[in-house]
Design a protein. Structure first.
Length: 113
């Protein structure tokens, strides 16, 4: 499984960005897709996850502001609204199979206050 993330950039506080993650390879092996982020000096944390069945999970700090969605087996979006400075970080898309975890390259999100 290979993952390609796009859509990061610079936004003002209160603004919006949408991240995209395109998967290729053995898509049938994927159980869930997600987005993680890593802020400077902090550990990587889960932001949002969506299972093949459509069940979503969000970290508390983004609930009500971020939405993860799966267009098809290939593409997953993370819609980020009402951005805050604390959302700044490198965002990584993720895919989990029964056997392994896969990561895309990070995409930088910077929110200016």
């Amino acid at each position: 499984v290979q993952l390609q993330a796009s859509g990061g950039g610079l936004a003002q506080a209160g603004g919006s960005l949408r991240l995209s993650c395109a998967a290729s390879g053995n898509l049938l092996s994927i159980n869930s897709r997600g987005w993680y982020r890593q802020a400077p000096g902090k550990q990587r944390e889960l932001v949002a996850r969506i299972t093949n069945g459509g069940t979503t999970t969000y970290t508390d700090s983004v609930k009500g502001r971020f939405t993860i969605s799966r267009v098809n087996a290939k593409t997953v979006y993370l819609q980020m609204n009402s951005l805050k400075s604390e959302d700044t970080g490198v965002y990584y898309c993720h895919a989990q199979t029964w056997a392994d975890n896969y990561w895309g390259q990070g995409t930088q999100v910077t929110v200016s206050s």
